[in-house]
Ligand binder design. Structure first.
Ligand code: GLA
Length: 380
């Protein structure tokens, strides 16, 4: 399936782990509409691990009869009726990470069943795989099965960036690929996953987006991957970094009871627009011809050319205790201040508008915070 922009949606794992059922998924679909998240762009409702009976029946995966008594087709119909799309989960191994039957050796059967149920998205994990089969072949098989199943199903690979994933994943038919291990609801996890992207940026592209894992915004320490929780500033930095680097934006909190702070972050139109920019340009470090790597592990700034000619700038202070004064000149962006070329700047979190001072932009950023800007070019 071709996708120009990173997928957006919700996944059950971060908050609910194995405690999922039909009612929860329907209520979540309702909440996606009622909160305005659907209209902000979040469209996939994705059921993660533990939806299936503990054994195949007649060679087929069967939805858990207690959790999903109505079956998956009826649930898909309900979700589609809300103007949303339906996602499911399996693994490239014999068993899922939770030890339930997975798709290795059954790829074409399962893809056909997913298509018949009305599935639009398949997250495909890496647990319990047979080591004698090369990793790329496990993903090539499901990619091929989905490409021939008669339905447009987004293939969301989840091999955690392991075993050379970036070298082969784009060839398998995957539209997104998980580049790291699992996220937790803590600042340390956000910082580590964020900083681990430095050598992965070149491997993300339109139609094969680098998936930095589901969002923890709004979890506040509760749920399956809830650890300490984060401050609102930390959630803002998390969302901004995922949005800026064109990661899929897959919400992980319980949106049935989401708080207004989380909703405000997740519905930030200006940041979603950066994430969904159709040109999918690579982020570049700000400040000269540095190699494609974050200039410092704890504080880095990047720019991205937008499809309308604007420039998005992200400044991230991942340090625990030091305030950072970021600065760049419009010259670093490709403009010549001597010719009167400049920019008008909008802060994407505060909405504040301002101009460079003698060609320079300065922003102080507190620990665990970020500053997100969009620059409109002015030719005098
Ligand atoms: C792996 C994945 C997670 C989640 C669990 C489910 O750990 O990386 O995102 O899907 O499996 O068991």
């Amino acid at each position: 399936m071709f996708r120009q922009t990173p997928p957006m949606g919700w996944n059950s794992w971060n908050t609910f782990g194995g405690n999922i059922n039909e009612q929860l998924i329907k209520e979540t679909a309702d909440a996606m509409v009622d909160t305005g998240l659907r209209d902000a762009g979040y469209e996939y409702i994705i059921i993660d691990d533990t939806w299936q009976e503990p054994a195949r029946e007649n060679g087929h995966l069967v939805p858990d009869r207690n959790k999903f008594p109505g079956g998956m087709k009826a649930l898909a119909d309900y979700i589609h009726g809300k103007g949303l799309k339906f996602g499911m989960y399996s693994s490239s191994g014999y068993l899922t990470c939770m030890g339930l039957p997975a798709s290795c050796g059954h790829e074409f059967t399962d893809a056909a069943d997913f298509a018949a149920w009305g599935v639009d998205y398949l997250k495909y994990d890496y647990c319990n795989r047979p080591f004698r089969i090369p990793s790329d072949l496990l993903y090539r098989r499901m990619g091929l099965a989905l490409a021939n199943c008669g339905r447009d199903i987004l293939f969301a690979a989840c091999s955690w960036g392991a075993d050379g994933t970036p070298e082969w994943i784009r060839g398998t038919g995957a539209t997104t690929w998980r580049s790291t291990g699992d996220i937790c609801d803590s600042w340390a996890s956000i910082r580590d996953l964020g900083c681990a992207q430095a050598d992965k940026l070149l491997s993300g592209a339109i139609n094969c987006f680098n998936d930095m894992d589901m969002l923890v915004v709004g979890m506040n320490g509760k749920g399956n991957v809830g650890v300490s929780g984060c401050t609102q500033d930390e959630y803002r930095t998390h969302f901004a970094l995922w949005a800026f680097l064109a990661s899929p934006l897959i919400i992980g909190c319980d949106i049935r009871s989401i708080d207004s702070d989380a909703l405000e972050i997740l519905k930030n139109k200006a940041l979603i627009a950066v994430n969904q920019d159709p040109d999918g340009r690579l982020p570049l470090p700000l400040g000269g011809p540095a190699p494609l790597a974050f200039p410092g592990k704890n504080a880095f700034s990047m720019s991205r050319l937008m499809s309308n000619g604007d420039i998005a700038v992200g400044m991230f202070n991942m340090d625990d205790s030091t305030d950072v004064l970021f600065q760049f000149s419009v010259y670093d962006l490709g403009l010549d201040p001597a010719l009167g070329q400049t920019v008008v700047i909008t802060d994407l979190y505060t909405g504040e508008e301002f101009s460079p001072v003698e060609g320079f932009v300065y922003r102080g950023v507190k620990p665990h915070c970020c500053c997100m800007l969009r620059l409109r070019v002015i030719m005098q």
